[in-house]
Ligand binder design. Sequence first.
Ligand SMILES: [Cu+2]
Length: 174
Amino acid sequence: MMQDPLRAICDDNLERRWIWVTLIMTFVMIAILGAYAVASNLHPPSNVETIDSSRLHLSEEFAEDNLGVKKNADGSLTVTMVAARYGFFPPVIEVPTDTPVTFRVASADVLHGFHVPFTNAATMVVPGYVSEVHTSFPAAGKYSFLCNEYCGLGHDSMWSRLIVVPKSAAGDES
Ligand SMILES: [Cu+2]
């Protein structure tokens, strides 16, 4: 029988058994995380772009009038949003199915999360940075944006609505 490799660092049988249990648990958890990330097409956000949070309302892109859905020349969409205690602005976003969407989100105050359950859209919204998420929505329906970073007493009610409409019904909104 093979010699236990842990014998080199530990003489006690029971202790070695528990070391094995924790090692195996750790690798099982890493394997689950890895499999889940691959299966759900999760990847870490890669955009690093800074912005002055205190002057967000005076900035070009994140000024109140410029928030919302914009159509790009190639047919894709860019959605500009502000996360602030306690909501996402604008509070309702409508996009068509099967269309590349880039969300650009900035925080006006503290750390927030940006998560659309049942999709791969999730990122942190760190004050001072612009968070970017690229995704598309294959299924029409009503989704929610949720804040998943505790941001204060109103955190529980920090959510807003994403409506995904069938592409054919979306018409020529600009
Ligand atoms: Cu929040």
